[in-house]
Write a protein that binds this ligand. Sequence first.
Ligand code: SAH
Ligand code: MG
Length: 225
Amino acid sequence: MNLLRFFRRAAPEKPIVPMWPDTRRHAVAIKGFMPEAEGLRLYELAYAASAHGPCVEIGSYCGKSAIYLGDGCRTRGQHRLFSIDHHCGSEEQQPAQEYFDPELFDESLGRVNTLPHFVRNLRDAGLEDWVLPIVGHSCTVAASWPAASVALVFIDGGHSKSAVQADYQAWSDRIMPGGWLLFHDIYLHPAEGGQAPREVYEAALASGKWKDEGLFGSLGILRRK
Ligand code: SAH
Ligand code: MG
């Protein structure tokens, strides 16, 4: 047993500095779906992971979670966050659906378009060099990424069973040994929210490929064995 390796793996990798207060305030203020406590956990995880390789987010929306993850990358100062979204919104964000926001509807395109909001929020947070937008469908993008090349994947795109399943299938093998796979919106009771992410997260756990690092709020944290 290599003792040094054991201690290195076991050592907590907390950031040396907390999230920058201005950036944190900015993340709290903008539109989106990320409670502050979970966001701060994303900051810590991105800080730890980005020492080893790039991080990938599925579901940029207006940039809330990207600011927490991106600031973790900036504090570490090594690898960056690639944030993927087609920017047309998920099913539940379309006109007449529960999470439709008229401010995000582009009349000239005749559809939801979150890209200008995302770009502006990254600029205002000073994170343009650390969060790199990729505009496209998550699975199309995955096809061009090599296996075992990513240190952290955060799945927060479409929330239907087929969408979460497709994201898991497309991205799980892109994660390097020791890398993190994070699922957002894991709810233990149906009254709290949709169960599709939880079902995929539990199937991933049952596959035996991942070490369970627990739940933090609605954030399911897995680590590649
Ligand atoms: N992480 C965000 C919330 C994401 S909402 C926050 O912190 O606020 C989900 C987003 O996923 C939407 O913006 C939607 O456009 C995007 N999305 C849904 N399915 C997608 C897919 N297959 N590929 C890329 N983006 C997708
Ligand atoms: Mg979410």
